[in-house]
Design a binder for this molecule. Structure first.
Ligand code: GLU
Length: 289
């Protein structure tokens, strides 16, 4: 069956070597199986994304010689699709409004004695999940800004146990509670990365989600949303991350590693590809499982 992959950068800065790897992995995976690869601009955060970065992304990818399907999906044009998904979740009873400010969440976690050893520091303690019906209605009436959170316990009750498959790391048990009640629509943005990514992967018929290992932990949330929204379930391939000499993951602020800088310094696309040697999936690697 022909496969579909995608490269989904956020246009918040210039692409760097890590993005080049993500783009190569998506393209190679599609090529290895005679499939299609899409470019998708994940620009729902309109405060941080800039149109000039979209143009720069297209230019950098063309320079690298990585081609995509002609249609580029731009998430900021699809807010109504994400609103539909959010409404469906609301009707399922797996969302609740959260009125906490960041400061309040931090104070609550500190009051509980901090995050348990080894657990992510910013797991939301569920304050607004426990509000009484009256108190919640009062807060909604008051006009206090709120976001929508996924009630991961209610969601798990509806979905039952779930699994997902990573083509490098094997079968994974879905444990969305590890990230707690994540935000699915923010106070200042009517959707979130989690909603947009699952809605669009389904809309584009993505069969293989390739992305960096930094997003491994959110896949359980995505798998849960796919079950709740009755969307097809893709396979995942989480590739290694490109790090600097100190072992720190490259970020957009690492100007020296931007593809633009490399190009201006006289490097060729082949030089960039050589730096990524060993990271790109081998042919048939995804067949190993
Ligand atoms: N937009 C995300 C990023 O730039 C990638 C999302 C994904 O591949 O699922 O990190």
């Amino acid at each position: 069956m022909p496969i579909v992959t995608r490269f989904a950068p956020s246009p918040t800065g210039d692409l760097h070597l890590g993005h080049a790897l993500a783009a190569y992995v998506a393209r190679t995976m599609a090529d290895n199986y005679g499939g299609r690869c899409y470019l998708r601009m994940e620009d729902i955060d309109t405060t941080r994304c800039r149109p000039q970065y979209m143009d720069a992304i297209v230019e950098d990818l063309a320079w690298l010689g990585i081609s995509f399907e002609q249609e580029i999906v731009i998430q900021s044009k699809r807010f109504c699709k994400y609103a539909e998904a959010l409404e469906k979740l609301r009707q399922l009873g797996v969302l609740y409004p959260c009125f906490c400010t960041r400061k309040e969440v931090a104070a609550e976690i500190a009051a509980m004695g901090g995050a348990p050893q080894g657990e992510q520091i910013d797991i939301y303690p569920g304050t607004c999940r426990k509000l009484t019906h009256e108190h919640r209605a009062e807060l909604l009436q008051s006009g206090k800004p709120y976001c929508w959170r996924l009630d991961c316990r209610a969601a798990a009750k509806l979905t039952g146990p779930l699994e997902w498959i990573d083509l490098r790391f094997g079968k994974q048990l879905c444990r969305p509670e590890l990230l707690g009640d994540v935000i699915l629509a923010r106070k200042d943005c009517p959707t979130s990365y989690h909603i947009a990514v699952v809605v669009d992967d389904a809309a584009q018929g993505v069969t293989h989600v390739t992305r960096g290992k930094d997003l491994f932990s959110v896949t359980g949330v995505h798998r849960t949303l796919q079950a709740l929204l009755e969307l097809p379930v893709p396979l995942w391939y989480h590739h290694e991350l490109v790090c600097d000499e100190q072992g720190k993951r490259l970020a957009k602020r690492d100007k020296a590693r931007s593809l633009r800088e490399m190009r201006e310094a006289g490097m060729s696309p082949a030089d960039v590809l050589r730096l990524l040697d060993g990271f790109i999936p081998r042919e048939n690697e995804a067949d190993a499982l």
